[in-house]
Design a protein around this ligand. Structure first.
Ligand code: 3HC
Ligand code: NAI
Length: 698
């Protein structure tokens, strides 16, 4: 008997207890143990089998680490069929999260009981695959096609109460899974309940699968797995037999298993978990984090304060004067109203958060006892230095002084205090109470326990925290500045901003770069360009001024109703602003550029090459620890399509050597912009990939 499954006899009942921490994933040992357990129960003359999980959960799914490796018997689909076909009564008792293959094992059992806190789901589509152990065939038979399509295409976790109503569970009882399971099995035996196999139920009634397929594909912005899963559910209704449906499910499952999207999504799954595990923080205790302060309650400060309040922290928000404080409070209340409307908080919680947890201030004395301060004032070094000098005077020893700066030098900010070891960058993204990314910017003198506290804050706020080093724009904005520039060059050379946006949404980005600029406010990029020009730009750099002209006309994007696009009140999205093309054409003429055609494919290739090349520089210089840190930054902060894994995963998939060749070709026209990253050249020379680098760096 495998150690991952413990076998025990309780009277007529054979009990199979899974013990494969942390989540009882259905790896080889577990599958072997379950199969052997069923066989032993049958040969020993037991009347029923109870399956449950020890530790924190029932089976949370197939073992994802086995994906892509040669299959080992018994496979999960065969195991599920074996469980279902047992002549004994098989019951599963669920707690924790019965997900993917876990729910499929449960659906192969003849009866299912769960504790009230249990959650069930088929989240395979998020990994680029579909339920491949009978889930798309059995779930529609117990819950109906509509509910099955919803669960399978969204991958959402369904609470025990809802699962009971859907027929996925037969009973919900509070208690220890072994105890409630044993009592239930005994009751079934006593009442002479029949063996009940889902696979023997009649095929469910079909729906209009073609229109569901189209709608799901559109919603997924190019993600294949949810749409393919629709076809698999279709087979549950239309295949001649249950077994034929299982065969169809397997074919579709294997297509997805062999896809690039599966590689991208699995990379995202593991990287998301690996990104905040820093070896140097092992054993380092974070500092206390009971109360925080935010300086400046504009767009970012209000969002950061909202996120902190929702996470249960007390927040003191400091503004310049009473009027600014009132405006800031209004912004925070507006954000919390949104949370109230979406049912995330109750009216009572709203009242407590706004009246008790939040304190508005205009005097620095109010900050004397806070554990951590996040500065979110104007992006101006002079103003930031004034604030940090003041914080240095009033904050208690050991308080952490953080800046939310987007681009400025955190070392320079730290140097204006007497305690640079307590200074760090905490770069949130807009809107800060919604966006998942947090760049933890470690300056030269930042103490390790301050870094640990940055990550602890990120975890508390449910962010994906990425360690970044100090440079202009850290990881994300530095790379953004480069691929955005590549887009601007293509505009000068003949592409339109609208074509570029379309090509990139076609690639899977939530929005194109010009629509994003309109959303963020064109004044932000304008300020950066002015700063860079004032600092002195390299004469070889191609600059453009049409966007400045747009700003000079008072057009800052969505907030002024006009930018690259024109926005009509009450309408979603905008329509191309014709003035933009006039400005661009005038600049091309002034520069003597004859515009040429770009294909969407060329646009994507060039944009991505610029992104990858800069990302490789960011990793090579140690600004990001590993390629996966860049991938997670782009995924969680910049709308990069998750199913492509991130820019460096994408680069590995398309091939680094080809990409480097392209960069060298582009360099023939603009050698200054297209300087190949030394790390990229090195990897190509060594025949290694970014993923190899991820594996080599802890
Ligand atoms: N296989 C292998 N490892 C897994 C795993 C799985 N299915 N699920 C989780 N893990 C690992 C995580 O990588 C993590 O490892 P680490 O500690 O080394 O980083 C550890 O288990 C704990 O996971 P979390 O940090 O995510 O723990 P949480 O408590 O936050 O979440 C969870 C638990 C909800 C179960 C979450 O881990 C999760 O969603 N897991 C994936 C579930 C899933 O997608 N199942 C379907 C798998 S595909 C399948 O079943 C195919 C079948 O249809 C044929
Ligand atoms: P904003 O202009 O909306 O808000 C700034 C706020 O700071 C204003 O409410 C202002 O009254 C207040 N303020 C200015 N000086 C102050 C002082 N001395 N003391 C107290 N309050 C003061 O600016 P926004 O967009 O919120 O940006 C703030 C910071 O966050 C900047 O450093 C910016 O680069 C950074 N950031 C901005 C992002 C964005 O998308 N807007 C994203 C990530 C970071």
């Amino acid at each position: 008997m495998s150690e991952a499954i413990r076998y025990e006899r309780v009277g007529d009942i054979a009990v199979l207890a899974a013990d494969n921490p942390p989540v009882n994933a259905l790896g080889l040992a577990v599958r072997q143990g379950l199969q052997a357990g069923i066989e032993r129960a049958e040969s020993e003359g037991a009347k029923a089998v109870l399956i449950y999980g020890t530790g924190r959960t029932y089976f949370a799914g197939a073992d994802i680490r086995e994906f892509g490796k040669p299959p080992q018997e018994p496979g999960l689909p065969d195991l599920c069929n074996r469980i279902e076909s047992s002549p004994l009564i098989v019951v599963s008792a669920l707690h924790g999260t019965a997900l993917g293959g876990g729910l499929e094992v449960a659906l192969s059992s003849h009866y299912r009981i769960a504790v009230p806190s249990a959650k069930v789901g088929l989240p395979e589509v998020h990994l680029g695959i579909l339920p491949g152990a009978g889930g798309t065939q059995r779930l529609p038979r117990v819950a109906g096609v509509e509910a099955a399509l919803d669960m399978i295409t969204t991958g959402r976790h369904v609470g025990a109460g809802e699962a009971l109503k859907l027929g996925v569970l037969d009973r919900v009882v509070d208690g220890d899974p072994r105890d409630i399971g044993l009592a239930y099995v005994q009751e079934l035996l006593d009442s002479g309940a029949p063996r009940r196999a889902v696979g023997e139920l009649p095929a469910p009634a079909p729906v209009d699968f073609d229109s569901v397929y189209d709608a799901v594909l559109k919603k997924g912005r190019g993600q294949q797995s949810p749409a393919t899963a629709v076809r698999s559910v279709q087979a549950a209704c239309e295949a001649a037999t249950f077994q034929d449906g299982i065969i169809r499910e397997r074919e579709l499952f294997m297509d997805l298993m062999n896809s690039d999207q599966r590689l991208g999504l699995i990379h995202a799954f593991f990287s998301e978990r690996a990104v905040s595990k820093l070896p140097e923080l092992k054993g380092v205790e974070p500092r206390p984090l009971a109360s925080i302060s935010v300086i400046g309650g504009g767009t970012m400060g209000a969002g950061i304060a909202t996120a902190a309040l929702l996470a249960g922290l007390n927040v003191t928000l400091l503004e310049m004067n009473d009027a600014a404080a009132a405006a800031a409070k209004g912004r925070i209340e507006g954000n919390l109203q949104g949370a109230l409307k979406r049912g995330k908080i109750s009216q009572a919680q709203f009242d407590t958060l706004t009246n008790q947890s939040l304190t508005m201030a205009t005097d620095y004395a109010a900050l004397s006892d806070v554990d951590l301060v996040v500065e979110a004032v104007f992006e101006d070094m002079g103003v930031k230095k004034q604030v940090f000098t003041k914080l240095d005077e009033v904050c208690k020893p050991g308080a952490i002084l953080a800046s939310n700066t987007s681009y400025l030098d955190v070392d320079e900010i730290a140097a204006c205090t007497s305690r640079p070891q307590d200074v760090i960058g905490l770069h949130f993204f807009s809107p800060a109470h919604v966006m998942k990314l947090l760049e933890v910017v470690v300056a030269e003198k930042t103490a390790l326990d301050v870094v640990a506290t940055g990550f602890a804050l990120g975890k508390l706020l449910k962010k994906i925290s990425v360690r970044a080093g100090v440079c202009d724009g850290f990881i994300g904005n530095r790379i953004l500045a480069t691929y955005r520039t590549a887009a601007d060059h293509m505009v000068l050379d003949g592409a339109s901003p609208f074509q570029i946006d379309k090509a990139l949404t076609g690639f899977g980005f939530a929005m194109g770069p010009y629509a994003v600029s309109d959303l963020a406010g064109l004044d932000i990029g304008w300020a950066v360009r002015k700063r860079k020009r004032a600092e002195g730009m390299d004469p070889r750099a191609r600059d453009s001024s049409y966007a400045d002209k747009l700003c000079e006309g008072g057009n800052f994007g969505q907030k002024t109703g006009k930018g690259y696009y024109v926005y009509e009140a009450g309408k979603r999205g905008g329509t191309p602003n014709p003035e933009v093309m006039q400005l661009i054409e005038a600049e091309r003429a002034a520069k003597g550029i004859t515009p040429r055609d770009f294909s969407d494919e060329e646009i994507v290739r060039k944009y991505m090459a610029a992104m990858v090349n800069e990302a490789a520089k960011v990793v090579g210089e140690g600004i990001a620890r590993r390629p996966l840190d860049v991938d997670m930054t782009l995924l969680f902060g910049y709308g990069f399509p998750r199913y492509r894994g991130g820019p460096l995963k994408w680069a590995d998939i398309v091939g680094l050597s080809d990409l480097l060749d392209d960069i060298k070709t582009y360099a023939q026209d603009d050698a200054y912009f297209w300087q190949p990253a030394p790390l990229l050249e090195q990897l190509v020379a060594d025949g290694r990939s970014f993923d190899d680098l991820n594996k080599e760096t802890a």
